[in-house]
Ligand binder design. Structure first.
Ligand SMILES: Cc1ncc(COP(=O)(O)O)c(C=O)c1O
Length: 394
């Protein structure tokens, strides 16, 4: 066992996450080696804000979707020029704060005409050049119609401080079909050509928010090499030759994370074997988890050999019958105090759960670096403070 893990197991008596910076950087290097050199990477901070500082310099851009994410990136020293302020709703006061800040030279996506108009108004109010990426809708509540973007382009002359750098498009996540990629990339290629030929606008960049899939579960089939090769070929065939940036969250972050949780009780109820853990579904969120019907990669620290044919139902401590993390799980000879390690938990696990239920503690977060050092980036965090009523007469 890695000395750093032994140290953590001694120190941590409740659940915790560990993010391995070496695995993270190898993952980015792997993605780059399988994609055309021209493709740039934009890391979607929402996937895991804790690792953003570790990959500063390893990706070209950071996608920020809330004031909180922006302040985190600022505080860890991400350059504003490497950020894109995105998100379906942009807190107006926060957008104004950035527009007024002479040190901010990042890009804003415009998700709607309302957002675009606000940016135009701010560019006039502060006399500052504002870079904008209008987002084309994927026929959902995200982005805006092609016609709206064309209107923006046609009336650019009225807003001399606005610079439209290109187009942004987000089409959802976990796509495995090359046919869908082809359809979308061909559509974007046509749209960009149309903007050039019919509206005299040359898009300098395309930011494509695709989100590559991650195989989280056993028996899940994903031929990632073939998918990346197919995607690369599609991008090579495009007429558009400007900057091409892809937004990735889980595909970058998932594999670097492990979640450790202690077995705190064991019972045999009406023919079922239950292992109770001090974590739960609020700290372990896998895309497509489907009521624990799928089996993630999980092991017991220090025990390898699966004993007997007992199949375990692993449940968390949320006092909810829904808090079932895995069903039908073969395990070694477990006992109370053993620690389960769940893999591929580097993305979303710590941010998407119902973290405040039962006022339970949030797990501590650690990062291991390539030089062998171990860093704590958040101690076990008591949420009692957040859930406690504090009366203040208004
Ligand atoms: C605009 C945008 N880009 C990228 C992503 C990243 O998706 P994923 O983590 O699946 O890669 C998201 C996820 O919600 C998103 O909204």
């Amino acid at each position: 066992m890695d000395d750093r893990l032994s140290l953590l197991l001694e120190k941590q008596d409740t659940a915790f996450y560990v993010f391995d910076a070496a695995v993270l950087k190898q993952r980015i290097a792997y993605l780059r080696s399988k994609l055309p050199k021209r493709l740039e990477l934009c890391y979607a901070v929402k996937a895991n804000p804790f690792i953003s500082g570790e990959i500063s310099g390893c990706v070209e851009r950071f996608e920020i979707c809330s004031p909180g994410e922006a302040y985190i990136c600022r505080d860890i020293g991400i350059k504003p020029s490497e950020t894109v302020i995105s998100g379906i709703y942009k807190t107006p006061s926060f957008i104004e704060e950035l527009a007024a800040d002479k040190g901010f030279d990042g890009i804003f996506t415009a998700e709607s005409l309302t957002q675009y108009r606000q940016l135009c108004g701010l560019s006039e109010k502060y006399g500052r050049r504002i870079k904008v990426l209008p987002r084309l809708t994927n026929d959902s509540q995200f982005g805006m119609n092609a016609e709206d973007i064309k209107d923006i382009i046609d009336t650019l002359g009225e807003h001399p401080n606005i610079e439209i750098t290109g187009i942004q498009y987000f089409s959802g996540t976990q796509k495995t079909s090359l046919k869908r990629f082809r359809r979308e990339l061909e559509m974007l290629d046509r749209f960009i050509s149309e903007l050039k030929e019919e509206h005299g606008f040359e898009a300098a960049e395309l930011e494509y928010g695709t989100g590559f899939p991650v195989a989280y579960f056993r028996n899940e089939e994903l031929d990632e090499e073939a998918l990346l090769a197919g995607f690369s070929e599609l991008t090579d065939n495009m007429t558009f030759k400007g900057r091409f940036i892809i937004e990735l969250g889980r595909s970058i972050a998932a594999s670097c994370g492990k979640y450790y949780t202690h077995i705190v009780d064991i019972k045999h109820n009406k023919g079922m074997d239950y292992a109770l853990i001090d974590g739960g579904m609020h700290q372990l969120v896998y895309f497509g988890q489907q009521m624990a019907m799928k089996q993630p990669y999980v092991s017991v620290i220090g025990k390898q050999e699966i004993i007997g044919d007992r199949l375990w139902t692993v449940c968390g401590s949320l006092c909810s019958m829904n808090d079932i993390v895995v069903k039908q799980l073969p395990l070694p000879d477990i006992e109370i105090g053993d620690v389960l390690c769940f893999e591929n938990t580097g993305a979303y696990c710590m941010t998407e759960g119902i973290s405040l239920l039962l006022s339970r503690d949030l797990p501590a977060v650690y990062i291991t670096r390539e030089d062998g050092s171990l860093w704590r980036v958040r101690p076990t965090f008591e949420t009692k403070e957040l859930n406690e009523p504090k009366y203040e007469r208004m």
